[in-house]
Design a protein around this ligand. Structure first.
Ligand SMILES: Cc1ncc(COP(=O)(O)O)c(C=O)c1O
Length: 378
C-alpha cells in the first residue's frame, strides 16, 4: 500500500532527538528550531517525560472516560496552577482542530447563536467548523462551506464593531499570535475590544492557543499580554511534547451537561501522563521565563540584519520576514547548516523551538543565518 501523498517532504529520516538536537539515520546532527511545528515544548526525549510515560505505560495506557481517571484531575489542577486560570474547567481531546471544534460548538450550545467571527490569515485546523473558520479556501471542501463564519481584517476594531451590530455573533475565535498566517501579533487593544464586545453581546471569546500557547510567547497564553480573560482557551501542540493531546479550558460561566461534549481517546492515562510531565518540566525549569528571555535575545539580534524586512512575534514564536529574493534562505539553513526552521508563505521564516532552547543553540542559529545572508556579526 502507498501513502496518501499530501505532504511535500524533505528527504531526511530523523531517528533520534535530544533537547533541541535531532539526528538522521546517517548520524548527521540537526538543530531543531522548528520543534516539529511548535510541538516540542520541553525538548526531545526529556528524561522526566520519558520516565513518566514509561512508568505509566507499564501500569495502564488507556481506559475510556466511563471510569474515574484521577490523572485527568491531576492534570487539570496543575494546568490551573501553571496557567493561572484556576477556576476554569478542562475538557481533554486529541488535537488542535478538535479543540477548536469543541470550543466553537460549546459556544453555540451556550448562547444558542450561530455566527462565528474569525480573521484574515487565520488557521484553526482541518475539521469541519475549524476549517470553515480558517482563511484558506484551498483547504475548505464544498461540504465545509458555511455562511456562519464571518472573516474580518486583522487588528481592525471598527470592523468588529460593525459585525456585532449586523450579526448575532456566537463566538469570536482568534490566535493571540497567528502562526500559519505568518507570525502576526494581535494588538492588545484589539483583544480588549473583543472582550468588551463579547461581554456586551453575550458572545464567547475563544483564544486559539494551539500554537501560541503553553508558554511559547513568554506568558502561558499569548492573549495574557492584553490582561483579559478569554471564555475558552484551546490548546494542543506543546501540551504533550509530541504525544497527541489537546484540550480546552472553559470559564466557570459556561456550565457542562452530560453528553454535551465527548471523546473516545481524549484524556486517556498515557496522554495525561505526557501532559503532566510537560507542565512539571515547564514549572521546574522555568521554561516560560526562558522563552521570554531567549526570544527577546534572538529577536533583537535578528533585527540587526539589514536584509531582514521585519521581525515579528513574542518569546520563542518568531517570524523573520525576508525580501522575495531571499526566499531560499530557509532551505539553505537546512541543507547547508542543518538547521530546521518553519515557514509561512511566501517568505517568512518561523522559529518555533523548544522552550528550553539554550543561548549556545540560539547563537549557532545566528551564526548560520549570518553566513547564509553573507553578513558579519559584530
Ligand atoms: C493556531 C492553530 N490552531 C489549530 C491548529 C490545528 O491543530 P492540529 O493540527 O493539532 O489539528 C493549528 C495547527 O497548526 C494551529 O496552528
Amino acid at each position: 500500500m502507498k501513502l496518501f501523498d499530501v505532504y511535500p517532504i524533505n528527504p531526511i529520516n530523523i531517528v533520534k532527538g535530544v533537547g533541541s538536537l535531532v539526528y538522521d539515520d546517517k548520524g548527521t546532527e540537526y538543530l531543531d528550531l522548528y520543534g516539529g511545528h511548535a510541538v516540542i515544548s520541553i525538548g526531545h526525549t526529556h528524561p522526566h517525560y520519558v520516565k513518566r510515560l514509561e512508568d505509566q505505560l507499564h501500569r495502564i495506557g488507556f481506559y475510556s472516560n466511563s471510569i474515574e481517571i484521577p490523572l485527568q484531575k491531576e492534570l487539570a489542577e496543575k494546568l490551573g496552577k501553571v496557567s493561572g486560570k484556576e477556576d476554569y474547567q478542562l475538557f481533554l481531546c486529541n488535537s488542535g482542530a478538535e479543540a477548536n471544534e469543541n470550543a466553537l460548538k460549546l459556544a453555540s450550545f451556550y448562547n444558542g447563536k450561530k455566527k462565528i467571527i474569525a480573521f484574515r490569515k487565520s488557521f484553526h485546523g482541518r475539521t469541519s467548523l475549524a476549517v470553515a473558520a480558517t482563511d484558506n479556501p484551498k483547504i475548505i471542501a464544498p461540504v465545509n462551506e458555511t455562511d456562519n463564519v464571518i472573516f474580518l481584517p486583522w487588528n481592525e476594531e471598527s470592523a468588529l464593531d460593525d459585525a456585532f451590530v449586523e450579526h448575532e455573533i456566537s463566538s469570536v475565535i482568534i490566535e493571540g499570535i497567528q502562526g500559519v498566517g505568518g507570525i502576526n501579533v494581535a494588538d492588545i487593544g484589539f483583544l480588549k475590544k473583543i472582550r468588551a464586545l463579547c461581554d456586551q453581546y453575550h458572545a464567547v471569546f475563544i483564544a486559539d492557543s494551539v500554537q501560541c500557547g503553553y508558554g511559547r510567547s513568554g506568558k502561558f497564553f499569548s492573549h495574557d499580554f492584553a490582561h483579559v480573560n478569554a471564555d475558552i482557551y484551546t490548546m494542543a501542540k506543546g501540551m504533550g511534547n509530541g504525544f497527541p493531546i489537546g484540550g480546552i479550558i472553559i470559564s466557570p460561566k459556561i456550565q457542562p451537561t452530560y453528553g454535551m461534549l465527548g471523546t473516545t481517546f481524549g484524556g486517556n492515562h498515557l496522554a495525561c501522563a505526557a501532559g503532566l510531565a510537560v507542565l512539571e518540566v515547564i514549572e521546574q525549569e522555568n521554561l516560560i521565563e526562558n522563552a521570554a528571555k531567549l526570544g527577546k535575545y534572538l529577536a533583537d539580534e535578528i533585527s540587526k540584519f539589514e536584509q531582514v524586512t521585519e521581525v515579528r512575534g513574542r518569546g520563542l514564536m518568531i517570524g523573520i520576514e525576508l525580501p522575495a529574493e531571499l526566499a531560499h534562505v530557509r532551505k539553505e539553513l537546512l541543507m547547508k547548516h542543518h538547521i530546521f526552521t518553519g515557514e509561512a508563505k511566501p517568505n517568512v521564516i518561523r522559529l518555533l523551538p523548544a522552550l528550553n532552547l539554550t543561548k549556545a543553540h540560539a547563537d549557532r542559529f545566528l551564526e548560520a543565518f549570518s553566513s547564509v545572508l553573507n553578513y558579519q556579526l559584530t
